[in-house]
Design a protein around this ligand. Structure first.
Ligand code: ZN
Length: 244
């Protein structure tokens, strides 16, 4: 199987995982940078993640124009291209409207990692507010200008929220991006619960710095690799159930 076919397969699996883990519902999407041309990326046509198959994957330039394909694209494809243009280290992007994080995008309480598994979120999870620069909009990132402004807000981070809308995470692989999207929501849910009990003791910056490489540099069967295998099986995929 070629690199691009392999990445398309992983993109389909990732879409099914994100749906199964309730990070995406009918909305949300995941992309991966093209394995040969870093100025392009792969993203499904506008279809719910649960329904994505390999045939749905479209190739895009970083400005969001499709390469020889006139099928309906996601309106918010600009999130993916502008982030990859701003961040050469980013190989994969997940955008979702997962519900656990929404309260933190509309209040002055920031998301902060509080659990070992969530150290991947990094020191800071900023909130981007479309209204700050663009005034009243439908809140969706529907242009390269909005995408670039969001990318600037994310900076060198791993995750950022969009006020009244959702969140976006980046990864050096599809597996890392999926992991970060899942655990962003886990952290948000636990943080909301813990804040009702009292003062929360968050991870320190030093702890976060030690956790991140342990997950990212893990051997096969550890870190992102282990969670990927687990989520693949939970999504009903794997050796006994070929990728659609
Ligand atoms: Zn959205």
């Amino acid at each position: 199987m070629s690199d691009i076919e392999s990445l398309k397969n992983d993109l389909v699996i990732a879409s099914r995982i994100l749906a199964n883990e309730e990070i995406c519902d009918a909305f949300g999407h995941i992309s991966v940078r093209h394995p040969v041309d870093p100025d392009r990326f792969l993203l499904a046509r506008a279809v719910a993640p649960e329904l994505v198959t390999s045939d749905d994957i479209i190739e895009f330039n970083l400005d969001g124009t499709a390469v020889c394909d006139d099928r309906k694209p996601f309106l918010e494809r600009f999130i993916h291209g502008t982030l990859m243009a701003a961040r050469p280290d980013v190989q994969s992007v997940v955008h979702s409207h997962s519900r656990g994080v929404i309260p933190f995008g509309i209040t002055d309480t920031p998301i902060r990692p509080l659990l070992h598994s969530c150290g991947v979120l990094g020191h800071d999870v900023p909130v981007w507010d479309a209204g700050d620069v663009f005034g009243d909009t439908n809140l969706l990132i529907s242009s390269n200008d909005m995408g670039a402004d969001f990318a600037a807000r994310l900076g060198n981070g791993r995750a950022a929220l969009m006020r009244g809308h959702g969140s976006t995470v980046v990864g050096r692989s599809i597996q890392e991006a999926v992991y970060t999207a899942v655990y962003l929501d886990v952290n948000a849910q636990l943080q909301a619960e813990a804040m009702q009990l009292g003062k929360v003791k968050y991870l320190t910056d030093g702890e976060i710095d030690l956790i991140q490489p342990r997950l990212g540099d893990a051997k096969p069967g550890e870190g992102y690799d282990r969670t990927w295998q687990y989520w693949v099986r939970r999504a009903g995929l794997g050796p006994d159930a070929p990728v659609p």
